[in-house]
Write a protein that binds this ligand. Structure first.
Ligand code: ATP
Ligand code: BTN
Length: 272
């Protein structure tokens, strides 16, 4: 039996239980891929796939996401928005706000956000990645479908990672029950996605900015085949683009094939 029991989860979700239809699997390739297949066959908005084990968990740009049954929470939520795909810029930042608020609500300390799709934990050593978000969008006749995939480290992951990883167990977090954590994230998502549908990222910008790991600090944008673009991180604009103050003026960086890093550090280094 899978580690998540949908009946227990429903009880935790309370009055929001009717908004979600949760299927808990022992294993799948990737909850995003599985949910995408189900969406193609007409799965309704609010469908959630949560799994103990992913054989091909994915991050951005085809990178791997490491997870293991006892130490991870990996799930995806299907949501639908009216209007074209272009209206959903900033959705992965909005999802980050929901994850951060949920973990904070459970008592986690030091949770912050890194543009565009990472949830970090600030530790004595600097910042390390606590959770990853992979939003995959597709337009259809009815509007835009979003597959929102979230991986949270409950305990530190095993394996070689290019950048430091963190876990909820290091966040002064007393609650280990994955039902409680999943219910908290889904509950925050229900509110955040409603705000996003009405106001776009503009309605969540202040919440994001307040948790921006490197607000006003020197950062660099790394892109393939281009010299690093260095500047001061001014946060995100109302469309979710990163604002970078450079010697040439303020640049807007759109989420694409670029990575944000602190100047002179790997992922986080020590905050100034
Ligand atoms: P950026 O998003 O800034 O380009 P990133 O390194 O965070 O950089 P993503 O594509 O967002 O890249 O995330 C995938 C990366 O996350 C992988 O390259 C891997 O290094 C790292 N990673 C994989 N599994 C985990 C995990 N369980 N915890 C923390 N980090 C992980
Ligand atoms: C990233 O940091 O690049 C995003 C990582 C997202 C991982 C989650 S785990 C659940 C869902 N299924 C996947 O294959 N990926 C996302």
């Amino acid at each position: 039996m899978a580690l998540i029991d949908p009946v227990l989860l429903k009880a935790r979700l309370g009055f929001l239980a009717g908004r979600f239809d949760v299927d808990a699997l022992d294993e799948c390739d990737s909850t995003n891929s599985e949910l995408m297949r189900r969406a193609e066959h007409g799965a309704p908005a609010g469908t959630v796939i949560v799994t103990d084990r992913q054989s091909a968990g994915r991050g951005r740009r085809g990178r791997n996401w490491l997870s293991a049954p006892e130490s991870s929470l990996t799930f995806s939520l299907l949501w639908r928005f009216s209007g074209p795909l272009g209206r959903l810029s900033g959705l992965s930042l909005a999802v980050g706000v929901a994850v951060a608020k949920a973990l904070e609500g459970l008592g986690a300390q030091g949770v912050c956000l890194k543009w565009p799709n990472d949830v970090l934990l600030q530790t004595g050593e600097g910042h390390a990645k606590l959770a990853g978000i992979l939003v995959e969008l597709a337009g259809d006749r009815r509007g835009t479908q979003a597959i929102i995939g979230i991986g949270i480290n409950l305990a530190p992951p095993d394996g070689d990672l290019a950048q430091p990883a963190a876990a909820l167990s290091q966040a002064g977090h007393g609650v280990a029950d994955r039902h409680v954590i999943l219910a908290a994230v889904l509950s925050e998502l229900a509110g955040v996605l409603e705000t996003f549908a009405l106001e776009g990222f503009a309605g969540l910008k202040a919440d994001w900015q307040q948790r921006n790991a490197w607000q006003d600090l020197p950062v660099q944008i790394l892109g393939e085949g281009a010299a690093p673009l260095v500047g001061r991180c001014l946060g995100a604009d109302e469309d979710g683009a990163l604002l970078l103050e450079t010697a040439a003026g303020i640049e807007r960086i759109f989420s694409g094939d670029v990575s944000l890093r602190r100047v002179g550090s790997t992922l986080g280094g020590r905050s100034a």
